[in-house]
Design a protein around this ligand. Structure first.
Ligand SMILES: Cc1cc2nc3c(=O)[nH]c(=O)nc-3n(C[C@H](O)[C@H](O)[C@H](O)COP(=O)(O)O)c2cc1C
Length: 225
């Protein structure tokens, strides 16, 4: 192997570089991104992360039943949520781009949609792009839509890495809705037993770290081939 796992410097002196662009509303994607950063870095990859910041702040939780329902409806129709300008480092050379964010009403979330509208022609052309998806359960359409958009911008989409909330149906839906409203599902008597947590667990974060590490090693090998 031409790569040293500790430094990541190939025999040609090249360190693979990965850009992670992400949005996280309730910190679940952020957890996955932190694990991915750790895994890639442990393979010697240089990782740059760029957080999408909505121009109009989105407050978690939404605070009421009606506000949550309203968000579910507008996001079903792919409502865009404009994001602040990206930093200059997002436009540098990378070996791989990761676009990470939650599923909102079967679609990519509003900030990611706005990012795609504004920047995908500048950042994706000629690059491999890996979608990372955080969701309660239903991410297939989201993944399909992202791949289509990445291709349209001249990028090469990889199969998405999707992570569900590890809670069985229908408790995942009820628990999510209550959490978004600002209620604690674990304080509701009949839910306490079935809805153990909101979001991803440590096993999933370890899995992400391991996958990212393996991907990092692959990138390094390709660079040195
Ligand atoms: C407005 C809204 C709509 C959502 N719709 C879906 C959905 O259609 N399918 C799904 O699996 N999860 C859905 N979710 C759940 C999120 O995808 C999930 O909680 C995710 O882990 C949140 O990631 P984040 O904390 O990085 O924002 C929705 C969440 C919100 C806020």
């Amino acid at each position: 192997m031409n790569t040293t796992e500790t430094t990541g410097i190939t025999s040609h002196g090249h360190v693979s570089r990965v850009l992670i662009i992400y949005y996280s509303f309730s910190r679940q994607t952020r957890k996955l991104v932190r694990a991915a950063e750790k895994g890639l870095a442990s393979a010697g990859v240089e990782v740059t992360s760029e957080r999408l910041i909505p121009v109009k702040h989105l407050k978690f939780p939404f605070g009421s039943f009606l506000k949550t329902l309203y968000m579910m409806i507008i996001t079903f129709f792919r409502k865009r949520m404009p994001v602040s300008e990206l930093s200059a480092r997002a436009f540098q050379e990378y070996d791989l781009i990761i676009i990470a964010g939650p599923t909102w009403s079967f679609n990519p979330c509003g900030p990611v949609l706005s990012f795609l509208d504004t920047y995908c022609n500048d950042i994706f052309p000629g690059r491999r792009v890996l979608p990372i998806i955080s969701c309660r359960r239903y991410w297939r359409y989201h993944g399909h839509y992202l791949k289509k958009r990445i291709r349209k911008c001249g990028g090469y989409p990889m199969e998405p890495w999707a992570f569900n909330h590890p809670v069985p149906a229908p408790w995942d839906t009820i628990g999510l809705f209550l959490t978004l409203m600002g209620r604690n599902p674990r304080r509701v008597a009949i839910l306490k037993k079935f809805y153990t947590r909101y979001g991803h667990n440590n096993r999933q974060l370890h899995e992400m770290e391991k996958r990212a590490h393996d991907l990092g090693l692959q990138l390094q090998q390709q660079e040195s081939a």
